[in-house]
Design a protein around this ligand. Structure first.
Ligand code: NDP
Length: 248
């Protein structure tokens, strides 16, 4: 899957679009023809994205929003319905790491924040936007996970638990919608040169890591109207699907 899909006229919402993987995916979706609804808290990052998208001939709508604002997520769904009457592509990418620490040392407020942004925020987005994606002729949802959901390494407990939960949300949603045109897939991007990775591994040389633009390019085909897979995990490093389904 390396082709650049034709997304002319499609409406794509990307969370975590102010930097990192989400920023580059938003840019590439716009370059492929989609109108991008870019969501994050940092207005400067969203404006920089908007400038880049416009300079390349694309278009975007900026939505400064904290994904712990659940009522705000509901209002966003209402506004998209009013303006476009549907949503074609959802990229639920925003996430936080929390802290790398022994499980018993994690502060309650840190654990709660990781769950609020990564899990509850993703669920609330799905709840708000599922009806709009079903109004598209080929709705596509991409939900960002991590290898941590499966490796569950020492000291990564809050983040690993949140990503395991996000995968369960996405797979249940995919199963509910498998007989509709909506396709829901999960992405494991692998270690990527971003602010989050630097927070997790401060001693690592970032030059050894793939850049977010390349990771985004690998994900782009999951937004294609011609995609048929659903409920699967796209492993960027492998450039293929990795499924962790238990045997029937
Ligand atoms: P970054 O830290 O670079 O970017 C995170 C994005 O999420 C930012 O745009 C940030 O925007 C947004 N975000 C964070 N908190 C909130 C919030 N409360 N409300 C709205 N937006 C928020 O991370 P990456 O690009 O590295 O990560 C993107 C995704 O990929 C995440 O889900 C991450 O878990 C996953 N991932 C990353 C890996 C890596 O190695 N980088 C590996 C595996 C998975 P703002 O602060 O402006 O609100």
């Amino acid at each position: 899957m390396t082709e650049i899909p034709d997304l002319t006229g499609r409406i794509a919402l990307v969370t975590g679009a102010s930097r990192g993987i989400g920023y580059h995916l938003a840019k590439q979706l716009a370059a492929a023809g989609a109108h991008v609804i870019a969501v994050a808290r940092t207005v400067g990052g969203l404006e920089e994205l908007d400038d880049e998208i416009k300079a390349a001939g694309g278009s975007a709508t900026l939505v400064p929003l904290d994904l712990t604002d659940m009522a705000g997520i509901d209002r966003l769904g209402g506004s998209i319905h009013e303006r476009w009457g549907k949503l074609d592509i959802l990229v639920a990418n925003a996430g936080v790491l929390g802290v790398i620490a022994p499980i018993g040392h994690v502060e309650a407020k840190v654990f709660d924040k990781v769950m609020a942004v990564n899990v509850t925020g993703t669920w609330r987005l799905i709840r708000s936007l599922d009806p709009l994606l079903r109004l598209s002729d080929a709705g596509r949802a991409i939900v960002m996970s991590s290898g941590a959901a499966h490796s569950a390494r020492a000291f990564w407990a809050p983040y690993a638990a949140s990503k395991a939960a996000v995968e369960a949300l996405a797979r249940s949603w995919a199963d509910e919608t498998k007989n509709s045109p909506l396709r829901v897939n999960i992405v494991d991007p692998g270690a990527t040169r971003t602010a989050m990775r630097a927070q997790a591994m401060p001693g690592e040389n970032p030059d050894t890591l793939p850049v977010p633009a390349d990771v985004a390019a690998s994900m782009l085909p999951l937004a294609s109207p011609t995609l048929t897979d659903t409920g699967r995990i796209w492993n960027v490093r492998k450039g293929g699907w990795t499924d962790y389904r238990l045997p029937e």
